[in-house]
Design a protein around this ligand. Structure first.
Ligand code: NAD
Ligand code: MG
Length: 397
């Protein structure tokens, strides 16, 4: 029996995780569920799995949740605040932590799980993008196992040999890593119409049902950029080891190309319960509830190259990953601010990459030697990005 803590339980990944876990009641027990503000959803989830703890990241929601919990009659302890998140992620009773908070808010609880040597199912790519080497070093030092949940990285992990040595592609005869991406909802939108695209259109992903932030990131392909950086850290890759391939059907989740001409691909329906089940049970396989892939009905596979003019964020991220940690942390911070401003109607769709580019150009290089320095730099970059957003909003009015 494995005890699991689900950080970000009420989100898209959190709900899919609970769905898989509840299919295997004799294998997994839920120890804690965390959420930001969706109290009703959190209590509904608690009714299904009877966790020991519920945690709200925001103290301001505590009293309302306490009342709702009393009314529900569910016996579970309610906690709140940043320390409580880190505490449940690192508690002795916990074996597995699903890191599924969105954005930089996931950094500290995910790092707490890593430093406690947990098996960490990593969906929160932003934490790795922000802290890269520190994160990987902490995992080694504390013997945490990091299992990639992002579908592309989970696919790559499945296609690598089991004796793969971190950073050593040639020892395994690997020539490149093919990171696939659908190109999002605006893959065929005329370039001169992109600036008119609304938050609702950006969030309507053709294949995946996801949270709003990652949906916008998919439309700009910043998501693929963050995944490029994530892949470098997870597998120890150079920029030149990775090729980004457009694959609009999202059936191939990524591939590994070998020097003998073989290409191994991991395929499946676009449903995150597959990588979640894989990470949970690794090295075993368990039922995830995902429909089997039916090759008779897929039709065609197609492939292409992402155009720089359509997806400037992807290329900014690749540049940042070559520049170093300060740049990827800055880019992630700017992007979170820009995406929130876009979702809030303050800036247009194409201004997201402009904010990112300006912020990156303005934030000079610095060393980030510990997590405290990462957090401080992240705050600095967010306030710079906020100023850029305000200057755009003023220009528009
Ligand atoms: P979501 O918006 O649906 O859910 C986010 C979760 O984080 C919610 O439970 C929310 O309560 C919590 N949260 C939000 N702000 C918080 C804060 N300030 N402090 C603490 N908790 C907070 O997001 P999602 O789509 O489930 O994505 C979660 C993570 O997984 C992201 O990092 C995303 O990039 C990654 N991911 C998602 C998918 C997907 O299919 N949704 C695929 C790959 C990777
Ligand atoms: Mg992905």
């Amino acid at each position: 029996m494995q005890n699991i803590c689900i950080l970000g339980a009420t989100g898209s990944i959190g709900q899919s995780t609970l769905d898989v876990v509840l299919r295997h009641p004799s294998e997994y027990r839920v120890f804690a569920l965390t959420a930001h503000s969706q109290i009703d959803k959190l209590i509904e989830q608690a009714r299904l799995c009877q966790p020991k703890y519920l945690v709200l990241s925001d103290d301001a929601n505590y009293h309302e949740a306490k009342q709702a919990l009393l009314t529900s009659g569910i016996k579970t302890e309610l906690l709140s605040g940043a320390q409580a998140l880190a505490d449940v992620a690192s508690a002795d009773e916990v074996d597995v932590v699903m890191a599924a908070i969105v954005g930089g808010a996931g950094l500290l609880p995910t790092i707490a799980a890593v430093k406690a040597g947990k098996k960490v199912l990593l969906a929160n790519k932003e934490s790795l993008v922000m802290s890269g080497e520190l994160f990987i070093h902490a995992a080694k030092e504390h013997s945490a196992s990091i299992l990639p949940i992002d579908s592309e990285h989970n696919a790559i992990f499945q296609c690598l040999p089991s004796d793969f040595q971190y950073g050593d592609l040639s020892a395994s005869g690997i020539s490149s890593i093919l990171l696939t991406g659908s190109g999002g909802p605006f893959r065929e939108t005329p370039l001169n119409k992109l600036s008119d695209m609304t938050p609702a259109e950006a969030c309507a992903h053709p294949n995946w049902d996801m949270g709003r932030k990652i949906s916008v990131d998919s439309a700009t392909m910043m998501n693929k950029g963050l995944e490029f950086i994530e892949a470098r850290w997870l597998f120890g890759l150079q920029s030149s080891d990775i090729k980004v391939v457009l694959h609009p059907q999202s059936i191939i989740h990524s591939m590994v190309q070998y020097c003998d001409g073989s290409v191994l691909a991991q395929m499946g329906n676009p449903d995150m319960r597959t990588p979640i089940a894989h990470g949970l049970a690794f090295p075993k396989r368990i039922d995830s509830g995902v429909k089997p892939l039916d090759f008779q009905t897929i039709g065609q596979f197609s492939f292409g190259e992402p155009e720089p003019a359509r997806y400037p964020n992807l290329y900014l991220a690749i540049e940042a990953s070559n520049a170093g940690q300060y740049a990827t942390t800055a880019l992630n911070a700017a992007n979170e601010v820009a995406v929130a401003a876009f979702l809030d109607g303050q800036i247009g769709f194409t201004q997201i990459s402009q904010v990112n580019q300006e912020c990156l150009a303005q934030m000079a290089g610095c060393q980030l030697n510990d997590i405290e320095a990462v957090v401080a730099w992240d705050h600095e970059c967010r306030s710079q990005a906020q100023q850029i957003v305000s200057s755009y909003s003023r220009e528009a009015s």
